[in-house]
Design a protein around this ligand. Structure first.
Ligand code: BYC
Length: 319
């Protein structure tokens, strides 16, 4: 069999596996584009989890009670864990974790736009749980059926934890809404600032999303960016009503004909600015990540030295 025939046989097998809703696993043959798409999306997702620890992490020392501090610590630790599962999933595709970190720090790879906004009050912690984790769940539950096995399996655990995060955010906001008028104002202010950036988490509109068609054909993504954004709006409106907050969109209303809520146009110029590095906190987020990487160099060096010592000992034991 010629090399070209062999490749086309492998391609057919890959296409059949996808068509039958079976999973592609690390040792299976896959087209280069499929591998590149997954490394891009999974590493960007991992970076988002790690950078996403910062906005809420800033409130750990200022949480208003021991209970709130313990909850917030656990949540931020979960995010570190999500980053680690996702970097491991990227490694199964041959990506090098050090190289991925370097690409994040140099600005060669993206992370979610949402984490470039500041957390100005403790209500932001609740709103991140409610809206940001809510949007993340909407986007990520379908990824549990993604065609790449290690990614889909990592998403199952991540989504379970994100559900807890979303509920803790909503519970915090409910508590604040039952509190003083100042607390209610804090919640409304946080909702006003985070609503539009949360809708931007779903990515550019479908007509301007260069990766969607290919990713959907490969069943890496299961729904388009606009479909998921609509699902999130429909899911969130009744939650806002129950909470007693106003979503800051004068065009938001139920459309009987479509069976969905209509909503206003997003500021796509702002989205483009933020994802190209010019959001309110981009420089700060990367500086903090870079400092953590530099400060942690001794841990990596110690781990390598320890592994070398263990290997030497094992060789000594065999000899
Ligand atoms: N921000 O062709 P498109 C979390 C980029 S963390 C920045 O539609 P795609 C949490 C996109 O990468 C949750 N960049 O792309 C953590 C592409 O750029 P490149 C993070 C964005 O991949 C801590 C270009 O724009 N979730 O839950 O088909 C605390 C064109 O876009 C954004 C995930 O990562 C954005 N918002 O679809 C709390 C989910 N949107 O790479 C919570 C997994 C788009 O071509 N990822 N871009 O240079 C996905 O589902 C998809 O990658 C996206 C984008 C829907 C985000």
């Amino acid at each position: 069999m010629s090399a070209a025939e062999e490749t086309s046989r492998l391609e057919e097998h890959f296409d059949r596996t996808i068509a039958r809703e079976q999973r592609i696993e690390p040792r299976d043959w896959m087209p280069d584009g499929y591998r590149r798409t997954l490394v891009r999306q999974i590493s960007q997702h991992a970076h988002s989890e790690i950078i996403g620890m910062q906005p809420e992490g800033e409130w750990i020392t200022r949480a208003p009670s021991l209970r709130r501090k313990a909850i917030l610590l656990a949540k931020v630790q979960d995010e570190a864990g999500h980053g680690l599962y996702l970097y491991s999933a990227a490694e199964t595709l041959g990506a090098d974790r050090d190289e991925l970190t370097a690409m994040l720090i140099d600005g060669r790879q993206k992370y979610s736009s949402i984490f470039n906004y500041p957390t100005l009050s403790f209500a932001d912690v609740g709103v991140i749980g409610w809206l940001v984790d809510g949007a993340a769940i909407c986007n990520q539950v379908p990824l549990c059926r993604s065609s790449y096995g290690p990614y889909a399996r990592a998403m199952i655990r991540i989504c379970k934890e994100e559900s807890f995060h979303q509920r803790q955010g909503y519970e915090l906001l409910m508590t604040m809404m039952r509190g003083t008028p100042e607390q209610r104002t804090m919640v409304q202010d946080a909702v006003d600032r985070w609503w539009w950036p949360s809708l931007m988490m779903f990515g550019p509109p479908d007509h301007d999303s260069p990766n969607s068609a290919r990713s959907m054909a490969w069943k890496v993504k299961r729904h388009s960016n606009d479909e998921l954004r609509q699902r999130f709006v429909d899911m969130t409106v009744p939650q806002a009503e129950a909470l007693g907050v106003r979503l800051p969109d004068p065009d938001l209303r139920w459309n009987d004909e479509r069976g969905h809520h209509d909503f206003g146009e997003l500021d796509w110029a702002e989205f483009k600015r933020v994802i190209s590095g010019d959001g309110p906190c981009n420089a700060q987020r990367i500086a903090v990540r870079r400092a953590a990487h530099d400060d942690g160099a001794w841990v990596r060096e110690a781990a390598v030295a320890h592994a070398a010592k263990q290997a030497d000992r094992a060789r000594g034991a065999v000899a």
